[in-house]
Design a protein. Structure first.
Length: 340
């Protein structure tokens, strides 16, 4: 299955699943679902943030050379995440998750550039990508109202332990920083309500025709090593990476919020927070205009990556596969670039 098909499949599944009618659920189940999803994504998000800048050449050479060594291009791909915890949270939001597969692709697309070093044998790469408003509108119309949020940025530096020659490969070690933010949501017709017990009575926090969705964010410190060797018009490559991600994930419900059928007050907001905390439940952020909750998780993700590039004069067509040892997820990307 190609990356584009995976991306389309993921969008279609989520669009269909989010278009659901009225629903009621306990705040405790909602918060437990959000916490479980955040833990599940603690390895998946740093893994996804490493898409891009996986160039076949482990070292591209010096900038101050003849010709100068640099490159620019684009790449797109996806990594997977196990759907079980995400399904739990979506179910708590009233979403029918019966159509979900066992794994869900998280797509990514970036523009990227790399320049060779000077004096010392190193190179530097940068990448960035986002969904512009025009594309966001097109996606929303094509999917029947699905809002997608995506922003990615990153940079790395690689030092050559072996610069390579006719016999020897190129071998580098590197470090980088990545940032990735994403989410999906839609507007639902009908009422969504969430209940809790104060010890005497059940109370209902409700919204009408809400915009609801999931969102996530990660900042990653990445360490990696890579080896490559040019063979005729091909460059096979392989590497290993370790990423420490500082991530958070959760949900949002944007709507006019009521408490037991009436406009919610500041005193009631504090009462809800105190009551939930006293019962060992992490309270969500609740206001007159919405409900949201995000859980932070930090952790390592260890990956192997490798692939092959086809080199035609100054063009490189790169195919990369990735495997995440931390949670068993996998990914792939396809890139094209101009490179000297």
């Amino acid at each position: 299955m190609t990356i584009s098909v995976k991306k389309s499949l993921g969008i279609a599944i989520l669009a269909a699943a989010l278009a659901m009618p009225s629903f009621s659920q306990s705040i405790e189940d909602l918060q437990n679902g959000a916490e479980s999803m955040s833990k599940a994504l603690s390895a998946a998000l740093p893994f996804n943030s490493t898409l891009g800048l996986n160039w076949s050449d482990a070292y591209i050479g010096q900038l101050l050379a003849v010709p100068p060594h640099f490159g620019v291009g684009v790449s797109a791909g996806a990594t997977t995440v196990k759907a079980e915890e995400m399904k739990t949270l979506l179910g708590s939001l009233g979403v029918d998750t019966g159509i979900f597969p066992a794994v869900i692709p998280i797509p990514a697309a970036v523009a990227e550039a790399r320049i060779g070093g000077f004096l010392l044998p190193f190179d530097i790469g940068v990448k960035g990508g986002y969904i512009p408003p025009e594309l966001g509108t097109t996606i929303k119309e094509a999917t029947g109202g699905l809002n997608l949020d995506y922003l990615a940025a990153g940079a790395d530096i690689r030092f050559a332990l072996l610069k390579g020659n006719i016999l020897l490969p190129r071998l580098t070690v590197g470090a980088g920083v990545n940032y990735m933010k994403g989410g999906l949501g839609t507007t639902i017709s009908g009422a969504q309500s969430f209940t809790f017990n104060d010890g005497n009575n059940y109370h209902t926090i409700a919204s009408t025709d809400p915009e609801l969705g999931l969102s996530w964010e990660t900042t990653t410190i990445d360490l990696k090593a890579q080896v490559s060797k040019g063979i005729l018009i091909f460059t096979p490559y392989a590497g290993f990476g370790a990423s420490y991600g500082m991530s958070k994930a959760g949900y949002y419900v944007k709507s006019y919020i009521t408490y037991d059928g009436n406009t919610i007050t500041n005193d009631q907001l504090q009462l809800i927070k105190d009551t939930l905390s006293a019962n060992g439940i992490t309270p969500p952020d609740i206001s007159a205009t919405g409900i949201s909750s995000y859980f932070a998780n930090n952790g390592w993700a260890f990956r192997a990556f490798g692939g092959l590039s086809l080199n035609i004069l100054v063009l490189r067509l790169d195919l990369t596969g990735l495997y995440n040892f931390s949670d068993g997820s996998y990914g792939g990307s396809l890139g094209v670039r101009f490179q000297l």
